[in-house]
Design a protein around this ligand. Structure first.
Ligand SMILES: C[S@@+](CC[C@H](N)C(=O)[O-])C[C@H]1O[C@@H](n2cnc3c(N)ncnc32)[C@H](O)[C@@H]1O
Length: 438
């Protein structure tokens, strides 16, 4: 028996996050039920078989064994999972011997099963593959061998789920339904290559994007993506998706080849087009700078790393005229993460009004999610600074509304909040400031 932490490590190293059957019944079954007899249904990373075996519920009991033998194949690297899938199949009335012939143990990231190369019907792959970012794999001790998947033709891919997708492309699978991290749709460097490779041969027909937890052991945001092979590479891929968080909404996505088929590229296009480059932006008032500029002027500064009794602590410093003037002309901080309350959205705020302090300092490592004092050159008058703050927040919120905040990173699940908390990158804040003429 593994200890709790060893079990968590094992689960993580194999990307073992089983899909609740309700996800299949609610979101996948309705899309395939008219076509059950047309395909061979496979899951190459099948866990307990939750994404395929429930199809049997639509088949009359007397025909199930026949249907199973011709239409279902499941694979998993773990014997334990294969055993569970076999038991699961038996519970649907499939004879044990037959279940054992179509549910097999295999490392399918390494090699596509031979039996699937010569099937009578086309293959339809429904899966929730292992997810593991290459950066974690490199540090991980449990399965150091995982790194070998990223060599040769897979070089440049960033996550195990991407290897799974590429294997399907190489084996010309015509239809796939994948439950994968939403970064497949929204990510930059983590997913530019896989989108470029995959979407030159596949369309996204549909998607369901979750901004709430659906697995027990991982907080990764996931989406169900419906892929269909196409012979024509297109410059744009357009699809409607359901987005599910506190509410359920329909959204239309247009992915452009020029933007590596990334959703949420509107923000980047906006800042690029409107760029004026008049303001030079720097972040953080560091303790070293205060120490280098001691003097006789008293200031009260917020310690952005010390949070006690529900608020940041403050400290008095004595500084020289030079630093005082710099701090006084930039009495503004960046809130990079939504607090969750209606008036706590990410944006620029007055340090005086929010914290009743003159500035915000940081000692040691900087944290991009804590309040950050922003320094703008050339120095602005109070009126100009107020204009910049107002304009920044107004534009940011307008862009958020237009894109449903998709250019920002989801920060935390907020089951009890009215909106999903998001993080605005420091480079994004800088790029937006560079569009403003004070
Ligand atoms: C995220 S789970 C999903 C299981 C199932 N598809 C579901 O949705 O419930 C991923 C599964 O892939 C299996 N797996 C991990 N690496 C694998 C590999 N190289 N080859 C085959 N299966 C693998 C794990 O054992 C695990 O059961």
């Amino acid at each position: 028996m593994l200890s709790g932490s060893a079990e968590r490590k094992r689960i993580r190293s194999l990307g073992e996050h089983l899909t609740p059957s309700s996800v299949f019944t609610e979101f996948i079954m309705p899309k395939i039920e008219g076509r059950i007899y047309e395909y061979i249904w496979i899951d190459l990373f099948s866990g307990e078989g939750n994404l395929i075996l429930p199809i049997l519920e639509r088949i009359p009991v007397a025909e199930r064994a026949e249907f199973f033998s011709r239409h279902i194949y499941l694979f998993d690297i773990q014997e334990k999972m294969v055993k569970k899938s076999i038991e699961n199949a038996i519970s649907y009335g499939i004879p044990e011997k037959l279940a054992e012939s179509n549910i097999l143990a295999k490392d399918t990231l390494d090699e596509f099963p031979d039996i699937l190369r010569r099937t009578a019907n086309p293959v339809f792959h429904i899966t929730n593959p292992p997810y593991l970012y290459i950066g974690y794999i490199a540090k991980q001790k449990e399965r150091p061998g995982n790194i070998r998947y990223f060599t040769g033709e897979n070089k440049g891919l960033q996550d195990l789920y991407q290897i799974a997708l590429m294997n399907d492309l190489r084996n010309s699978i015509s239809q796939m339904i994948y439950i994968i991290p939403s970064n497949f749709i929204f990510g930059h460097s983590v997913s530019n290559q896989i989108r470029r490779n995959l979407l030159s041969s596949y369309n996204i027909k549909d998607a369901i994007i979750f901004e709430k937890r659906i697995f027990e052991n991982t907080g990764t945001n996931v989406a169900i993506c419906f892929f269909e092979k196409t012979n024509l590479e297109s410059d744009t891929i357009k699809f409607t998706a359901l987005k599910i968080n506190a509410s359920i909404r329909k959204r239309i996505y247009t992915l452009k080849k020029d933007s590596d088929y990334r959703a949420g590229s509107y923000f980047d296009e906006y800042v690029q087009k409107k760029r004026k480059n008049l303001l030079n932006v720097n972040y953080y008032l560091k303790k070293e700078e205060i120490d280098r500029n001691t003097g006789w002027i008293a200031v009260t500064l917020l310690n952005s790393k010390e949070y006690k009794g529900g608020k940041y602590t403050k400290r008095k410093f004595f500084i020289n005229e030079n630093l005082y003037s710099k701090i006084r002309s930039n009495p503004v901080f960046l809130r990079s993460v939504d607090t969750g309350s209606e008036n706590g959205k990410a944006g620029l705020y007055s340090i005086k009004e929010v914290y009743d302090a003159d500035g915000v300092y940081v000692e040691g490592n900087t944290y991009r999610t804590n309040p950050i004092q922003v320094f703008i050159e050339p120095r602005l008058s109070e009126k100009q600074m107020n204009f910049v703050i107002g304009n920044f927040n107004k534009t940011l919120n307008r862009l958020r509304e237009k894109t449903d905040s998709e250019f920002m990173t989801t920060y935390k699940y907020t089951n009890n909040s009215r909106y999903t908390r998001k993080y605005l990158g420091l480079n994004q804040a800088r790029a937006l400031l560079e569009t403003i003429v004070p």
